[in-house]
Design a protein around this ligand. Structure first.
Ligand code: 5GP
Ligand code: MG
Length: 182
């Protein structure tokens, strides 16, 4: 399918499943060589968006590893605190572990900065971020993701785990918004 319709918007295919698979295999090869000697690294996926990337990435990982998922819960706090975020679901003790945080997309970098901050307080040996997609034009922080499969322009995309208002996660290709002004 070259275009899809989700809710009120049209999206056109911008990255094929084959391109994604090739780029993910390449990033996995880098992770394999960087982590081969390290003791049982832990992949931590950020739900919901990372589930497809995690699946495809791990098929190429060739060292002993563990896998877990977390979720960011956001809710409105009091008037003074504004939006409150909380990282939920991590059952493992990550002290002295090699943690690889697995994300769908890094845009401004606020989410990964928040999550690595929370995880660092638990004393891991180290934390690296592996993301499927990176939007360098939008990035505003100091620590760009160490591993990314592809960098993309500043366009809203869906597919391969990513959603538009919960729809579109199931598509195997990536689609970009056809008209931002629609
Ligand atoms: P950041 O905190 O880096 O600005 O944004 C990261 C989060 O925003 C991602 O985990 C994702 O949930 C959402 N996001 C950013 N850009 C896109 C996009 O193009 N498409 C979709 N579906 N989500 C996006
Ligand atoms: Mg996300």
């Amino acid at each position: 399918m070259d275009t899809i319709r989700l809710h009120d918007k049209t999206f056109r295919r911008s990255i094929s499943c084959e391109q994604l698979q090739k780029a993910i295999a390449e990033v996995a090869a880098r992770i394999n060589s960087d982590y081969r000697e390290k003791r049982t690294p832990l992949f931590v996926g950020v739900l919901n968006g990372s589930f497809m990337f995690m699946g495809e990435l791990l098929r190429h990982i060739s060292f002993d590893c563990e896998v877990s998922f977390v979720k960011i819960a956001s809710y409105s706090g009091t008037a003074t605190t504004g939006r409150v975020r909380e990282l939920i679901g991590l059952s493992q003790d990550i002290r002295s572990r090699h943690v690889i945080l697995v994300e769908d997309i890094v845009d401004t970098g606020a989410s990964i900065e928040y999550m690595t901050g929370v995880l660092k307080k638990q004393g891991p040996a180290d934390i690296a971020v592996a993301t499927l997609l990176f939007k360098p034009e939008c990035y505003r922080k100091q620590m760009p993701p160490k591993y990314y499969a592809l960098s993309i322009p500043d366009k809203f995309i869906v597919g391969f785990g990513l959603d538009y208002d919960q729809l579109g996660r199931n598509y195997k290709d990536i689609y970009e918004i056809a008209d931002d002004h629609e």
